[in-house]
Design a protein. Structure first.
Length: 366
């Protein structure tokens, strides 16, 4: 179900902020959710330590390739288990040899007459999907793999995938969700690539769904942005859709549709000239001050064109680095502010998303 609740015009509407943008502490995360831990290729038959939602976790694959995630802390003296070794699908602590199986149960205690009943570590549900290893950080009983996002046409031979890599940003994850609900920043942050006429002042519509928020608009009869001009399959001006969506807690979908001028709009009928690019952005909080970022892109043209795929991947990474420079400075600036920051009209969607997410977090922790 979708509810359109606001038509937002990008104009100098300013208000004093009543929303706290800088958050810390355990209650800032929605835990009953799937988060991307790593690329599938990054989790191998060896120990890999990662920090997710402020928790230290050790990952590995069993001999048959199944991913495993355990609390990265031996219950004896809290040495990280990632400093031990993998032994017959179990982790052996590097201090006194306690061994833990994939369920977190201690199965060997070489220095003891019996295994201490309390020698256990937390085991996390994990899944391998879309070339990514996912982890469920909440109640294991609620971990349904069907809740992991589905990507339309993911296996279709008519669509090409650009697989991204793993990047980090020294900022709170909610600054990234803010950014991914803000099409207007493109006109300044990505001036040489994605900016184009209309990105600074075309009205935006906000739609609230059961999964999150969507900010979108059609920009009519303008030149394509510099990055996309050589990619579209037609000459001249275009009508283009900007679709910015974030699903709770922090999965973002950016969709761009480019069609010849006069063919775009809400009742669009996609034809052979339509160029569609969809970017899936998976944000995983490391802690309150750092975020891990995974992404992939999907397009409906130029199948098996490896050179173009590499160009698109490079452009996406450049855009991320441009965003990262800004967002890390924003994180630091707001954390250290002495005068209260303000909000603009263009912040409506991100502030609404934050409020909705906080309600979900409060409900979960109550």
């Amino acid at each position: 179900m979708r509810r359109s609740f606001l038509q937002l015009v990008i104009s100098p509407i300013m208000s004093c902020s009543s929303d706290s943008l800088h958050q810390t502490g355990k209650q800032m995360y929605l835990r009953n959710s799937w988060y991307v831990a790593a690329l599938s290729s990054e989790i191998e038959e060896k120990l890999t330590a990662l920090r997710i939602l402020g928790e230290d976790i050790v990952f590995y694959r069993t001999k048959n390739g199944e991913p495993v995630a355990l609390e990265d802390s031996c219950p004896h003296r809290r040495l990280p288990l990632s400093q031990g070794r993998l032994l017959n699908n179990n982790i052996e602590c590097g201090y006194h040899g306690l061994q833990f199986n994939r369920s977190g149960q201690c199965v060997a205690a070489p220095t003891q007459n019996r295994i201490p009943p309390s020698a256990t570590v937390r085991s996390y549900p994990v899944a391998d999907k879309l070339g990514l290893v996912w982890i469920w950080m909440g109640n294991p009983k609620n971990s349904d793999e069907r809740l992991i996002i589905d990507i339309d046409n993911y296996d279709s031979p008519a669509w090409e995938i650009t697989s991204g890599d793993s990047l980090t940003c020294a900022c709170n994850y909610q600054y990234l969700t803010d950014n991914l609900l803000d099409p207007s920043h493109v006109g300044w942050v990505h001036r040489s690539s994605f900016a184009a006429e209309g990105t600074d002042n075309t009205p935006l519509e906000i739609m609230e769904t059961d999964k999150g928020l969507i900010v979108h608009r059609w920009i009519y009869d303008k030149k394509p942005p510099p990055f996309y001009e050589p990619l579209v399959k037609f000459k001249g001006n275009c009508d283009r859709l900007q679709h910015y969506e974030v699903q709770y807690p922090c999965t973002a979908i950016n969709k761009g549709i480019y069609v010849p001028s006069g063919k775009g709009g809400p009742n669009l009928k996609v034809d052979d000239l339509a160029y569609i690019m969809i970017s899936y952005n998976f944000l995983t909080p490391i802690d309150g001050n750092n975020t891990r970022y995974h992404w992939l892109q999907h397009r409906n043209t130029d199948i098996n064109n490896k050179k173009l795929t590499a160009t698109i991947a490079s452009g996406a990474k450049t855009a991320f680095l441009e965003d990262r420079k800004v967002l890390e400075a924003v994180h630091t600036g707001i954390a250290n502010e002495t005068n209260r920051h303000i909000n603009l009209g263009l912040d409506s969607a991100s502030l609404q998303f934050r409020r909705n997410l906080k309600k979900l977090i409060d409900k979960e922790s109550s």
